[in-house]
Write a protein that binds this ligand. Structure first.
Ligand SMILES: [Zn+2]
Length: 415
């Protein structure tokens, strides 16, 4: 973790500041703490492989005792959740190898990590809408600077969309250590990961951020009122109430896969109490994105549109310009590397590559089949054109397939 993160980090229980306990084992440079123990007036928390662990779950206690005993490797094993030595060694070998991909390390972790769907995350309909909303809102409210936090951001797919908008770099917070550890290495390099529990007080000082978001996770939070209070608190700076965005939260009135514990549209609005919040039905935003823009955040969705949509987006901000029409960003230089979407089966036919859409299984198709609205069933690409694009050439030649997400900008060493 960056040393300057201590300026915003606070104990989730007593609210006090934290400092590195220098009388215990620690490793640090002038800029970063790699391993050690942080203390406030009430608790101690471990820093494991550069990530502060700001909760008191059993794995955190185990990791803290390993750090105190000067064994950071065992602390990392405890946080990744690897108990058997052979599993831990397989993970550590993959982690040590610089050529390991995101997929290699997920496989070495041996978990049913996100059901393997992470591979397709960058083109699934939930992501596509959330990304468009995040880019539109965050680029508007962070134009004059300010920091973003992606709460419950998992393995950092959406955090990646904040990397060039947030100053200092965005904080990625999640309870699952292995996800944020992967995010820092692959999906959102440069982000500041913090391991914490969204069902409690957030481990940050009031007003640490200008923009707080939570994507595709809020329905899994039980303490929803406390969560929104905390989102509002961490963006509350004197004179500027900041911006809170919740994308893709399920609707209690409409069943959806991985339903969680959602509220009704009215229930969600009530959580914001005195703060003004606008709600959007995801279908309308999805339609805007599929149509190529603009993303119309000036719309006022009817009660019926909200009540019948499986997923909602909530935006609380005082920046009036957020609630307008936003052009979608045109394809440009990739953040990672342009590759053929892994949902396609490819065969080479002479000088062309033929692409055929193939879902990994029926469950994926049930949950994410709406991607057919933009992913062509079949298409083909001139091999040389893909080569030129991957060599850093202009996106003009293949811009249509990039817009349709048949070609996606993926993190380096993703799979
Ligand atoms: Zn404390």
């Amino acid at each position: 973790m960056r040393i300057d993160t201590l300026e915003i980090l606070r104990c989730p229980f007593c609210g006090g500041p934290l400092e590195l306990v220098t009388s215990l084992f620690h490793s640090r440079t002038d800029l970063e703490i790699r391993d050690g123990v942080l203390a406030c007036e009430c608790c101690t928390f471990p820093v494991v492989d550069g990530i502060p662990v700001m909760h008191l779950r059993p794995n955190a206690g185990l990791a803290r005792s390993h750090v105190e005993q000067g064994d950071p490797d065992l602390a990392l094993r405890a946080m990744i959740g690897l108990e058997r030595p052979q599993d831990a060694e397989r993970f550590e070998a993959a982690a040590r190898t610089s050529s390991s991909t995101f997929r290699d390390i997920v496989e070495a972790m041996g978990s049913g990590f996100e059901g393997g769907y992470f591979l397709y995350r960058f083109s699934d309909p939930t992501f596509v809408v959330s990304q468009a909303v995040v880019r539109a809102v965050a680029s508007t409210v962070l134009r004059q600077g300010g920091r973003a936090i992606d709460m419950c951001g998992g393995s950092g797919h959406i955090t990646r969309s904040l990397l060039d908008l947030s100053t200092p770099p965005p904080v990625l917070a999640d309870l699952y250590f292995s996800k944020i550890w992967l995010a820092r290495r692959f999906t959102a390099p440069g982000c500041e990961p913090v391991c914490c529990d969204g069902n409690g007080g957030f481990p940050f000082e009031r007003g640490s951020f200008a923009y707080a978001m939570c994507s595709d996770a809020f329905m899994f939070i039980w303490t929803k009122r406390g969560f929104i209070d905390e989102m509002c608190r961490v963006v509350d700076r004197a004179g500027s109430p900041g911006t809170v965005v919740v994308t893709h939260t399920h609707n209690q009135l409409v069943w959806s896969p991985s339903h969680g514990n959602p509220l009704t549209p009215t229930g969600y609005r009530g959580l914001f109490e005195t703060r003004r919040v606008r709600s959007f039905a995801e279908a309308g935003l999805f339609h805007d994105v599929v149509a190529g823009g603009p993303l119309d955040l000036s719309r006022g969705d009817s009660g019926a549109a909200l009540d019948t949509d499986p997923a909602l987006t909530l935006i609380a901000t005082d920046h009036a310009r957020v609630f307008s029409k936003h052009a979608l960003e045109a394809p440009g230089a990739p953040r990672g590397v342009y590759r053929i979407n892994p949902l396609y089966e490819t065969t080479t036919e002479g000088s062309r590559i033929r692409l055929k859409l193939r879902f990994p299984n029926e469950a994926y198709e049930t949950e994410y089949g709406a991607c057919r609205a933009y992913l062509p069933d079949e298409t083909s690409i001139e091999s040389a054109a893909l080569g030129r694009l991957q060599a850093g050439g202009s996106t003009d030649e293949l811009s249509d397939l990039i817009k349709r997400r048949a070609i996606v900008d993926l993190p380096r060493q993703y799979y």
